[in-house]
Design a protein around this ligand. Sequence first.
Ligand code: ADE
Length: 226
Amino acid sequence: MRIDIITVSPELIKSPFEHSIIKRGINKGLVEVHFHNLRDYAINKYGKIDDTQFGGGAGMVLMIEPIDKCIRKLTSERPYDEIIYMTPDAPVLNQKIANNLSLVKNMIILCGHYKGVDQRVRELLITKEISIGDYVLSGGELGAAVLCDSIIRLIPGVIGDETSALTDSFQDNLLAPPVYTRPANYHDSKVPDVLLSGNFSKIEVWRSEQAFERTQRIRPDILEKE
Ligand code: ADE
């Protein structure tokens, strides 16, 4: 997989790609991530990439020309399956979206900033819009990092234990069951007996029950969806 991220703040978004599971995916050659500074496509030598809104109103809007130039350069080099715009006024990221995007070969992610982008960018250049939740961030960079993490960890081989990503919360529209490790007894707080029983079919049943109970209690909206 190849991911190209277009941003006005490359430094803001680089760090999550230099650690842990994402870094492992990159080091194993399973994913390439490239950052593009929108300022390199500015419309003048002063680095202009945004302007005031037509019709008045607070906040600067990212102009279409630098974004178009950057996307055109990338699409002239290879085909892209998705050109994604991170914005709060879009469908909210969920596991199903992440699962689908983990199968994509090449994608561009455009991070919004300021008051957003000229609407024509969204209409003419973007194939998919994603929000990471019902709150407004200062820009799309953190959202893009969240999206990339949710996708990259699903690429086969990125996580050592192949089954691990499949047993995550949300994969069956259920939250994950609780997990425990040593010691089995910590100051009289004990691990459930069933997990120490060695009876794997009983353990599976217990885990399913716990997943269902937790989902019903904490996120009943997920159960209602199906
Ligand atoms: N940019 C600003 N807020 C955002 C959000 N909630 N999700 C994605 N991108 C954003």
